[in-house]
Write a protein that binds this ligand. Sequence first.
Ligand code: LLP
Length: 438
Amino acid sequence: MKLKGFSVNGAGNLVLNGVDLVSLSRESERPIYVFNELLIRENLRLYQKALSLFYPKSSSIFYASKAFLNLAMASLIKQEGVGIDVCSGGELFIAQSAKIPSDKILMHGNNKSRRELQAAVEYGVKKIVVDNVEELALLQHITASLKKECSVLLRLNPGLDDIETHKYMVTGAKDSKFGFHVDRTKIAEIINDACSRGYIKFKGLHFHIGSNLQKVSFYEHALDKVFDFVVFLKEKGIEIEELNMGGGLGIAYQDHDPLPDIEKFIKTLSQKVIQLCEDKGIPLPHLMFEPGRSIVGPAGCTLYKIGSIKRGPNKILYAAVNGGMTDNLRPALYQAKHTAVLANRMNEPDSDQPYKIVGNCCETGDILIENIHLPHCVEGDVLVIFSTGAYTHSMVNNYNKHLLPGVIFVRDRAYEWVSKEQTLQDLIRFDGLPEHLR
Ligand code: LLP
């Protein structure tokens, strides 16, 4: 797989932006998440550039921070001047801690608590994407009692059942917990009743059909449906100033997967929106996207060390690494496929025996890669799994009390730890000991 930033040095080691990953792996006994900071920036700029090239009206990008977030990432987002999509009080707190201005924050969530909504309104977040009727009522109450205005988008469920991705990543199907399911007459009433008076300002619509999508046609289909609804709203005297199409652009996880083409994605969808507006006599809305995976996914990799190697049936060799489903839940949860190399044997040919890369959890399903050809492995070899920048660190867990790994950002021949790894003390930091157990 041709991934940006990687090369091989004279010692046959894998190098990222001039930093030898084999030397880097010696910094920890745990796995290490490594991000190519330059590529994260490049991807963000590609989205912005494509929008300014292909969409003639105003537009914005809100990075979906659920893909990967820590203080450094939030600060990078601030530096790049793009917006951030947060979907919990925790993500909002990190955005605030990085001093991202409120007008660059958009809030999501299918069951936002009163406290989360209040924190968002108090900070003055640019936009809240309302998921349901109960939330709208709660938001009305909060904005009225704080006497603070709040702009909202309504999240629509376009009811598309034919999206090709893992079923857990489909978010716009009829059977989905996300967004407004009610019929369109009802939604028009909701907008008129709740959003056009008091402190709530209705700005437009949002939809997010799913994640890791390879085909732009799913979005085109969703746009057709959404624009039917936009026309219906127009007939009822309701105008859409803003349209948010969510995120979802897929990335390459394996050699045969196509590389994401951000420019083509934005071009096709901008043209589709322009065409629909023209056909239906609707002014161009402010256009928004919320990419997550396509920003950080290809920019991240994870460094592991090979430990025990055992022979299994059918010639397969189990190579166990010092991490697994605690630092990358995706293969266990979605049967996600990744590819990998031995960073210290880049110039060696693959052996003819396949390896199964397994983790260190007491769980049979703790398999990172089912079947991969690698050079002959020995204990201590450095395995690098690619495309792990999205939804790995953000879904990390402490199963078996394995310590959470740290994160390194690599720039041009320089690197920094941007999240420390956990220590043993962290494992009992939040535990209390009642008197009778002391
Ligand atoms: N906007 C909304 C409202 C979303 O729910 C999501 C992702 C995004 C944007 C960003 O989508 P992206 O561009 O990253 O595809 N844990 C799963 C992915 C779940 C995505 C949930 N929502 C995984 O590991 O693949």
